[in-house]
Write a protein that binds this ligand. Structure first.
Ligand SMILES: Nc1nc2c(ncn2[C@@H]2O[C@H](COP(=O)(O)OP(=O)(O)OP(=O)(O)O)[C@@H](O)[C@H]2O)c(=O)[nH]1
Ligand SMILES: [Mg+2]
Length: 291
């Protein structure tokens, strides 16, 4: 069966595998290597990794380029795999405006619920009234309880209420949606630290992990955003959203190389099931046409 991820990576795969095919057909030359290099860079694999791949091909007598590059990619991304969190845990979803936090929070709640876990959603975007409604619609649809407070101004107070409810109901997994924030707004960035303190100081029985949403269609800009967030707070993992419809699916490598942030999930569409746990073997096969 062809998966959603394989479909989502069609554009990225097409350009990468076409230039490998051209390499195989026309032999290695400065010209074919140049084409491959610019294809890898425009897929946002990153300049360093692209150069390393080109050097690997240049310096090898092995003509089975795709297998060789595949082994190399597996070696790079092996360290990306992260262990499942131990229950109970809290996932705090953070990121720039419009990168897919609310949608991902709902997808994650649905994902864990379908695994049989007791899940609670917390709507801690206190800046837009519509944000609550958006998450509420999802929570009704997937039948997961949501805690919110229409009149609250401080997201940490909503988180406190949500965590208290979770504690008394023995919720195993809490997913917290937060407001979009830009690095230029220092107060909003510092607010993140307060939210995290509320959880770790008052609800130490829950392990806390912070997940950043990164919009894959933004390419190198998204790397800059991740860097700014990292200067304010630790980030445990990333979800790369909107992988469907972009030819820039190579961003996984750049994130791994530059920040060592493991990719935990991929967003592959706007529907509730359009979320895939990241698997480096499957991802690499999907961009190299090897399913
Ligand atoms: N195609 C596609 N669209 C997505 C994906 N994830 C989110 N979206 C869309 O991106 C838009 C923004 O998503 P939201 O979840 O509202 O983003 P947000 O980060 O919560 O936005 P703010 O709360 O305004 O900061 C919506 O139209 C979503 O349907 C994805 O994986 N693929
Ligand atoms: Mg939102």
């Amino acid at each position: 069966m062809i998966s959603k991820l394989f479909n989502a990576l069609t554009k990225t795969r097409k350009s990468i595998s076409d230039s490998f095919k051209s390499l195989q057909k026309n032999k290695v030359s400065i010209e074919t290597l140049d084409i491959l290099e610019s294809t890898l860079i425009s897929a946002d694999i990153g300049v360093d990794t692209s150069t390393e791949i080109i050097n690997l091909i240049k310096n090898s007598t092995n003509v089975n380029y795709v297998d060789m590059v595949k082994d190399y990619m597996i070696k790079i991304l092996k360290s990306n795999n992260i262990a499942d969190h131990s229950i109970p845990f809290v996932k705090l979803i953070i990121g720039v405006n419009g990168t897919g936090k609310t949608t991902t929070a709902a997808k994650l709640a649905n994902y864990y619920k379908s695994k049989g876990n007791n899940v609670l959603l917390v709507a801690a975007d206190t800046y837009r009234a519509a944000a609550l409604d958006q998450l509420k619609i999802w929570s009704n649809r997937i039948d997961v309880r949501m805690i919110s407070n229409q009149s609250a101004k401080d997201p940490s107070s909503v988180i406190y209420d949500g965590m208290s409810a979770a504690n008394s109901q023995n919720s195993e997994i809490i997913i917290i949606d937060t407001a979009g924030r830009l690095h230029t707004n220092k107060n909003l960035m510092l607010e993140l630290q307060k939210m995290k303190r509320t959880i770790s100081e008052k609800f130490a029985n829950y392990s806390l992990s912070t997940m950043i949403t990164i919009d894959a269609t933004l390419g190198q800009n998204s790397l800059f955003q991740a860097k700014e967030f990292l200067s304010y707070t630790d980030i445990n993992s990333a979800v790369l959203t909107k992988m469907d419809g972009t030819a820039r699916g190579g961003i996984v490598f750049a994130l791994n190389k530059e920040f060592n942030i493991p990719i935990e999930f991929l967003g592959v569409g706007e529907n509730i099931e359009d979320l895939e746990k990241f698997d480096h073997n499957y991802y690499i096969n999907s961009i190299l046409d090897n399913e």
